[in-house]
Design a protein around this ligand. Sequence first.
Ligand code: SF4
Length: 149
Amino acid sequence: MPDTEKDTTWYEDGLSFECTQCGNCCTGPPGFVWFDEDEGEAMAEHLGLTVEAFHKKYCKKKQGRWTLDEVSTRNGFDCVFLRRDPEGKSLCSIYPVRPTQCRTWPFWPENLKTTRHWARAAKSCPGMKNGGTFYPVEQVRVILGQNKD
Ligand code: SF4
């Protein structure tokens, strides 16, 4: 099948992905980490905060929705919850309750459109190129279905 916008079968044989903790997906140009009400409550509870205090301390409202704050660093605009250890590994400090947008990377609709889209995203995500965990197509579709945007 040609590599076109309509090609949704190119990953029928599954995909491999293993995060290398480079942190590239949690930094870069200014962006958005959207989350819904349930996810906001879970993050607030995890941090021992009320939802209101969580919003005030770690979030901003854009386009009528909540998104996590970013911090300007020498690496770019880091997610407010990104932590870098001395070995250069990047860790999410709220990993167990991270929003769906983060949990479903790199199986996002825009990355799964075609092999070209996948390859383009892989340029900044080494985890998409280094083999690792194999995701059968059924699992890719389940993760894809969790993406709310
Ligand atoms: S860019 Fe890819 S390899 Fe790097 S932290 Fe994000 S998911 Fe992991």
